[in-house]
Design a protein around this ligand. Structure first.
Ligand SMILES: Nc1ncnc2c1ncn2[C@@H]1O[C@H](COP(=O)(O)OP(=O)(O)OP(=O)(O)O)[C@@H](O)[C@H]1O
Ligand SMILES: [Mg+2]
Length: 733
């Protein structure tokens, strides 16, 4: 692994300018994190601003004019992107002298910025600029998930919604005309036997039917497009949010449950752009048609209204029980999904322990439970539908009967034609009214679904302010000062007043019985759990003040079980980190002792690894994970029982490399095999969350009884052969 500089070459002037501007706000942009398109001759404005945004800054790529520049007097630096691919830093302006102050990012720090006038700047600058600022209050930019927020998201598609509105209004008018035509036909054509009117009416009707078809096609298309676009945004947002939840959350919730809950948000979206929008559009029709109904026949119109109100009442009456039952359904479905997810994720264990019958029993139980509540829910929501039908039918039949009666008696002057027209239109009116009532019913479900999604997505994020925190260059000194930590929901502290101090470059071994807090120390160091008391410091800087992403990327971590992603061996070692090449991967593999087996693979570094890496042995997987961790040349490397799953031979291979791996970095090695820690500079002995001792192996053997005991337990065979430990270990057993 080369150093940062040799890996990425000299830093591009545009990146330099961005870094200088960021530094003005006390933030360090890391060129390693820049994601540019390698095919572009120079970093693009969009890539530059998203780089700054990724570091938590506010940043926009903008086009500016000379007069704008003059306004930037004491507003902080602006990055000007020059046409030749380089950049300059605008540090100030003078309206009086008609110049702006521009600094060359490649010039030495001490050099003052040069004054540039409009003519000279125009030679190299066409208006492209990046503005950036430190960002406080990140929460504003990332509102909580709620129906309101979702409506806002849909509302962003203003143009589409406007078009849809226009189409709907036009459609509503189009629905009126056929009815009026029928009225004309009945009243005039039939009564007066007018063929010419009939022909005209036919032509008009045909044209309108065509129009209606086209318009409704357009309307559905718009709804579709809006839905797809909102879904895409929603997906990005949801994932972004999900991935920033603390590890703690994922440890405490089954993956299946999380997945189910999160996907609920799409159901809500579907409701908004589907049912809700359709009903809303129908209401437009209603608003247009209702006056016409009253104009045609007020008595009949009242009948329609009263029936609709009755339907509304019935549905409202059932809202509460339906909501209650729906909550049960959702709960049961979540549980069911969790059982499924757990089985799939743990399928290896399920199979190897022959737990299929138990899992199946659990599944059966969950399915039955979900079925039971679905049935209850379905039964209760069947009632309002049943009660609504007679009212709905009466609306229909009643209109015909009463209308017919009125026509016969003819006192009110109801013509046959207008009765026909009324019947046609009233159908269009009653549908949205009933739809509106149904909507309220569904609203309940949607509220529940939203609650589910929000339950996951509105949790406090791990990196609430991605941009906050310092980003120091680490050398790797670690100190704990009186650190006490208790896992949420447990009583006893996992770490109890731990204090130690190790200089950069130390190879530290951690030993102790199972549950003594070894992994917890490494977790605190990585910022996974942050609710401890006392201080954890890296190079003297308080861990809480360090930018979390920066902190994690300075670490390399290898756990007992490591997840390899689907892809080639090379991809897995590189893990998508920019600026790394196959050579780096080979170097890392060599360091991890993986080189030899990779080269024996049929396709070497291009060998494809499936999900769960079935074509690799445990030891091979582990060595790949080590290679993946060391490739970035992390300042601090954590191996948490990384070699416990290895066979003695591969373990020896990795251990032989440990010293080499440890060169130039701090290393924390948790291991149950003390023999692999003998070479450590210091070994820390933990017991029930307390630090018993920290010293080199030889010293511990002499003064720490717990360590001596552990050592003796593991080295009995050596003792029996008359090894040097006999004298020390024997009396203790
Ligand atoms: N996520 C968690 N939630 C609650 N308690 C936890 C969690 N992780 C660990 N603990 C508890 O904290 C204590 C210390 O656990 P830790 O994982 O640090 O032990 P360890 O020394 O790494 O053990 P092992 O050698 O078995 O890995 C244990 O008592 C454990 O039960
Ligand atoms: Mg552990």
């Amino acid at each position: 692994m080369g150093s940062d500089a040799s890996r990425s070459g000299p830093i591009h002037p545009r990146l330099l300018a961005m870094m200088m501007a960021a530094r003005y706000y006390g933030l360090d942009l890391d060129p390693i994190e820049f994601r540019g398109d390698p095919n572009e001759p120079a970093p693009t404005p969009a890539a530059l601003s998203s780089w700054a945004q990724g570091a938590g800054m506010w940043s926009r790529a903008v086009r500016l004019r000379w007069r704008h520049l003059l306004g930037f007097n004491d507003t902080g630096p602006v990055v000007l992107l020059f046409t030749d691919g380089t950049a300059g830093l605008l540090t100030g302006a003078s309206v009086e002298h008609k110049v702006v102050m521009v600094r060359d990012p490649r010039a030495p720090e001490a050099e003052p910025p040069v004054p540039v006038d409009e003519m000279r700047l125009a030679e190299v600058w066409a208006g492209e600029a990046i503005m950036l600022r430190a960002q406080r209050g990140h929460a504003e930019a990332d509102p909580p998930f709620s129906l309101r927020w979702l409506f806002g998201l849909v509302g962003q598609e203003r143009a589409a919604i406007r078009d849809m509105f226009i189409a709907s209004v036009a459609l509503s008018f189009l629905t009126i005309f056929p009815a009026l035509m029928v009225m004309t036909v009945v009243d005039r054509v039939i009564t007066h036997r007018s063929y010419s009117t009939l022909a005209l009416v036919s032509v008009i009707l045909a044209i309108m039917i065509l129009y209606e078809a086209l318009l409704s096609h357009a309307r559905r298309l718009i709804i579709l497009v809006v839905g797809v676009r909102v879904d895409a945004k929603l997906n990005l947002h949801v994932f972004n949010r999900l991935i920033r939840l603390p590890l703690d959350y994922f440890e405490r919730h089954p993956a299946g449950e999380t997945m189910y809950k999160v996907t609920q948000i799409h159901q809500v979206r579907q409701f908004i752009t589907g049912k809700l929008m359709a009903t809303f559009l129908d209401l437009i029709t209603l608003a247009i048609l209702l006056p016409i109904l009253f104009w045609l026949n007020a008595t009949l119109a009242w009948i329609v209204l009263v029936c609709a109100a009755l339907i509304l009442l019935i549905i409202v009456a059932y809202l509460r029980p339906i909501r209650l039952l729906f909550g049960r359904v959702v709960k049961a479905e979540t549980d069911k999904q969790a059982a499924l997810g757990e089985t799939i994720f743990g399928i290896k264990t399920v199979k190897s322990l022959a737990l299929e019958p138990q899992r199946k029993a659990l599944w059966d139980e969950r399915v039955a439970e979900a079925g039971k509540w679905r049935l209850a829910f379905g039964k209760i929501s069947n009632w309002p539908q049943t009660l609504v039908i007679p009212v709905e039918r009466f609306m229909w039949v009643g209109i015909i009967l009463i209308g017919a009666y009125m026509t016969i008696s003819d006192e009110t002057g109801v013509g046959v034609g207008s009765l026909f027209a009324f019947m046609m239109l009233s159908q269009r009116v009653s549908a949205p009214l009933v739809g509106l009532a149904r909507l309220m019913e569904e609203w309940e479900e949607v509220g529940g679904a939203m609650g589910q999604a929000a339950d996951v997505l509105n949790r406090p994020l791990e990196i609430d302010n991605a941009g906050t925190g310092v980003r120091p260059k680490f050398s790797g000194a670690v100190s704990f000062e009186d650190v006490t930590f208790t896992y949420p929901g447990t009583k006893l502290p996992a770490l109890n007043k731990i204090s130690f101090d190790i200089p950069a470059g130390t190879m530290l071994g951690l030993v102790g019985r199972s549950g003594s807090g070894k992994s917890t120390i490494t977790r605190l160091l990585q910022g996974i759990n942050r609710e401890y008391s006392g201080f954890v410091k890296i190079d003297g800087a308080d861990l809480r003040a360090i930018n979390l992403r920066h902190l994690r990327s300075s670490f390399g971590v290898v756990l007992q079980e490591n997840f390899l992603f689907r892809g080639s061996i090379r991809d897995n070692i590189l893990a998508g980190r920019p600026g790394l090449t196959l050579d780096d991967a080979i170097r890392a593999a060599r360091l991890a002792g993986a080189e030899e087996f990779i080269e024996r693979m049929p396709n070497g570094y291009e060998t494809y690894i499936e999900e769960g890496s079935p074509n690799l042995s445990g030891g091979q997987r582990q060595r790949l994970a080590i290679a993946r961790a060391v490739i970035t040349d992390p300042r601090i490397l954590i191996l948490d029982e990384a070699t416990s799953a290895l066979d003695p031979e591969s373990e020896a291979l990795v251990n032989a490399n440990l010293l080499r791996i440890a060169r130039g970095r701090t290393m924390l090695i948790v291991s149950h095999r003390l023999s692999s820690l003998v070479d450590c500079d210091l070994i820390m002995v933990l017991d029930k969350g307390m630090l018993l001792d920290i010293a080199p192996h030889d010293v511990l053997l002499e003064r720490c009884s717990v360590y001596r005991q552990l050592w003796a337990q593991q080295n009995r065979h050596i003792d029996s052969q008359g090894n040097r430990n006999v004298a020390l270990a024997a009396p203790r057993i």
